[in-house]
Design a protein around this ligand. Sequence first.
Ligand code: NDP
Ligand code: GDR
Length: 371
Amino acid sequence: MKKALITGVTGQDGSYLAELLLAKGYEVHGIKRRASLFNTERIDHIYQDPHVENKSFFLHYGDLSDTSNLNRIMCEVKPDEVYNLGAMSHVAVSFESPEYTADVDGIGTLRLLEAIRFLGLEKTTRFYQASTSELYGLVQETPQRETTPFYPRSPYAVAKLYAYWITVNYREAYGMYACNGILFNHESPRRGETFVTRKITRGLANIVQGLERQLFLGNLDAMRDWGHARDYVEMQWLMLQQDKPEDYVIATGRQYSVRYFVELAARELGIELAWQGEGVNERGVIASVSGDKASGVAIGQAIVAVDPQYFRPTEVETLLGDPGKARTRLGWEPRTSFEAMVQEMVAADLDKARRHKLLASHGYDVAISLE
Ligand code: NDP
Ligand code: GDR
């Protein structure tokens, strides 16, 4: 039975990857952070009680900022494969906490690689680094591929740049099987609520159910290449199963604007939107409800507005990936279309909003956090 260690197991990708590896018969170890509230919602359905026999899923307390903790876990588990998915992963937040982001996302990667080397596992343990399309930032070539030069535009992206190169360096210096997956944005119903896609599907679903009145967004004209997280974790595994370690771009090869994402999600909910206002820098670009089919919201009601607090000091305006190498070398194709992904996310958030509303209508106090 192969053993895998996943950092960031409580996150969106970590939860899908843990499911995938358990289904493949792996013994899976995940690192979770201590928090004052439960933070395992995404993996509760695969949690195994410590008292059951033949357990295959184990959780360890830990943190990417804690060297001795990582050394100890690595020594205890001696994994065949390490997936470094843990990170302070929010680009906008990285401008608020640049040093922490550098420590966890950059040096955290070095700590894991050093733990592997220190224990003499560098010829046996394979390493996957969660690299990102944010490395391309101010894009130098379209579409972006493995050879496109990087130009990071946030403390997050700069920290990930270090992680990318230290992974390449350990591969070249010590012959480690270490790979970067340069993943473009990927989403799902498990996406964190403050990333734009989930913010949109959750916000609009709440509005339709009368739980919120308006959704405030930043740059509506940003373009992204959005795929489904469930499809992308398969590639993370596949990258570690090859004869030679290499870096791969994972993307769909199609891009859409944030504005279009809003329109599509609204349409799924039976809302037609009419936009008023010009560019994104103009305060008060809003979308109000038009047409005759507005499920749960009044015609003319303004439900989306631009709030400049969500603009970033340096923005990544457009990203479009070329997944050609992954397609030809690994036979990988994304399975879920953009439209199907939006549908799935809207349906999941509508279901949650309905349950919130039901509880509220029976007198239960339901706090809706508005980020
Ligand atoms: P999430 O934000 O959903 O998950 C991040 C995970 O990292 C969580 O489990 C989080 O724990 C954990 N984490 C945060 N800080 C630390 C720390 N100091 N020590 C240990 N663990 C920590 O991210 P995703 O699942 O979406 O992304 C997975 C990885 O892929 C990240 O590295 C991200 O930067 C990268 N990436 C993501 C893309 C995407 O579109 N989703 C695209 C390209 C790269 P907790 O639950 O306690 O917060
Ligand atoms: P991103 O994802 O920065 O690409 O990083 P995010 O969903 O946060 O932003 C995408 C684009 O939407 C614009 N935007 C908004 N973003 C947020 N969060 N909130 C808003 O209200 C809003 N309005 C407009 C942003 O400006 C941006 O242009 C994600 C993360 O998962 C990273 O960890 C990962 O590396 C990259 O994707 C690839």
